[in-house]
Write a protein that binds this ligand. Structure first.
Ligand code: MN
Length: 237
């Protein structure tokens, strides 16, 4: 159990599940440390009891981005030729953490791959490759050349929880994704879109779960307030 005098929120961040090393991008842990939270990196395991105990110690879960695409079989599709690398071990591990965190009613923030893991876990689907499946869309969402600054705007829905967290109608965000939420999972709603209609955030007040398609951890630096606030508020529900 958590000690009664615990000051800092403890936020689990799963291992990126590479072949040899337990690792997580320092941007994620820095964004949590910046708002006074304690990130706890969970190494890859299939031990359900270890996952249950880790979640008991924690106050929330951050599902990070990464190069791996969610296995299309998890939403009932065959892979298109343009699918990226798939890591089924990582899928299983992150879904186990997500399931346990939701079961214990703690908040979850998913980033990039994280929003996709969330949407599929709760029964939604993904665009497997935006450039080929939505070729008429006019925003380039794969912009690794500008990871650290906004490349397109998002419109945040006025009634959304995300709007209440951020306090703005629009924001300029970075964008390094070739996939996106297609059919939104039951119990979830769209919280933000880009001008071409691509879903950039989903949320479920029922589950205290928020997902964003952009990378706020790379924007919550320097004198930023908006994305820093996102990290501060996302785990306060
Ligand atoms: Mn985008």
């Amino acid at each position: 159990m958590k000690p009664a005098d615990s000051q800092r929120l403890c936020i689990l961040v799963p291992d990126s599940c590479g072949p040899d090393v337990t690792s997580i991008g320092r941007n994620y842990t820095n964004a949590l440390l910046r708002v006074g939270y304690l990130p706890l990196v969970v190494p890859l395991t299939d031990d359900a009891e270890a996952i249950r105990q880790a979640v008991m110690l924690a106050d929330g879960l951050l599902l990070p981005g990464g190069e791996d695409d969610v296995a299309p079989a998890l939403y009932g599709e065959s892979p298109v030729p343009e699918i990226g690398p798939v890591n089924e071990v990582r899928d299983r591990f992150e879904r186990a953490l997500l399931a346990e965190m939701v079961r214990q009613h703690n908040p979850v923030l998913g980033i990039c791959r994280g929003i996709q893991v969330i949407n599929v876990f709760f029964g939604g689907t993904l665009w497997q490759d935006l450039p080929t499946q939505l070729p008429h869309y006019d925003i380039e969402h794969q912009r690794p050349d500008q990871k650290w600054s906004g490349v397109h705007d998002i419109q945040i829905l006025p009634q959304s929880h995300l709007h209440a967290l951020l306090g703005v109608d629009t924001a300029s965000v970075n964008s390094t994704h070739h996939q996106a939420v297609r059919e939104v999972a039951p119990d979830f709603q769209v919280a933000a879109r880009s001008a071409d209609g691509v879903i950039e955030a989903i949320e479920s007040p029922l589950h205290a779960v928020l997902g964003v398609q952009f990378h706020p951890e790379r924007l919550a630096t320097g004198d930023d307030i908006i994305f820093t606030n996102l990290f501060r508020q996302a785990f306060q529900r």
